[in-house]
Write a protein of this length. Structure first.
Length: 181
């Protein structure tokens, strides 16, 4: 079945694209949700108009979500949980737990379905993405540590200027010079 996408559909295409999809996917999901229409000759004539409207809608949404994307990008979420001796978790860190923690830190509700991460079942550092829009997909880190231990957050080191000598050392050198004289 060929359909004309009216809205952007994740992992399928952008608005205005004509895609060939399975009959059940088009008939049972895309068309009833208002995401696509059948690709008839009359509908294909409206492709440019659909693309223009979608581009303006996409730009407005990207501008709105840009600030949230900056907050999330590079964020580190820390979770404490029970784990075995080998580092395997008793249970897992769920998408809902990640979404709640991310919503608290970002200050805006983030749906668990917009978070992309492999199942977290081991201790350590994991990378995840939050799919805010088709174009905005900020990356953040998830640190999982054993309950009762101190979390070790690895921060990328930046080259620093050499520190001047502490005043305490200079003061002790001055007193040594005075006693020698």
């Amino acid at each position: 079945m060929k359909v004309l996408l009216i809205k952007d559909v994740y992992k399928l295409g952008r608005a205005g694209d004509i895609k060939k999809v399975a009959d059940g996917y088009g008939r049972n999901f895309l068309i009833p949700q208002g995401l696509a229409v059948l690709a008839t000759p009359g509908a294909t004539r409206q492709v440019e108009r659909i693309r223009e409207r979608a581009a303006t809608r996409r730009t407005a949404l990207n501008n709105e979500m840009g600030g949230l994307s900056e907050k999330i990008n590079g964020l580190v979420l820390v979770f404490s949980t029970k784990a075995g001796e080998t580092g395997k978790l008793y249970g897992s860190i769920t998408l809902q737990m990640i979404a709640d923690a991310l919503s608290d830190k970002a200050g805006q509700i983030i749906d668990r379905r917009s978070i992309e991460v492999e199942p977290i079942r081991t201790l350590g550092e994991h990378k995840a993405h939050a799919r805010l829009t088709v174009d905005l997909v900020p990356e953040f880190k998830i640190m999982v540590y054993r309950e009762g231990e101190v979390p070790v957050v690895v921060v990328e080191e930046t080259p620093e200027e050499p520190a001047p000598a502490p005043e305490a050392e200079q003061a002790s050198e001055d007193t040594e010079e005075q006693t020698a004289a």
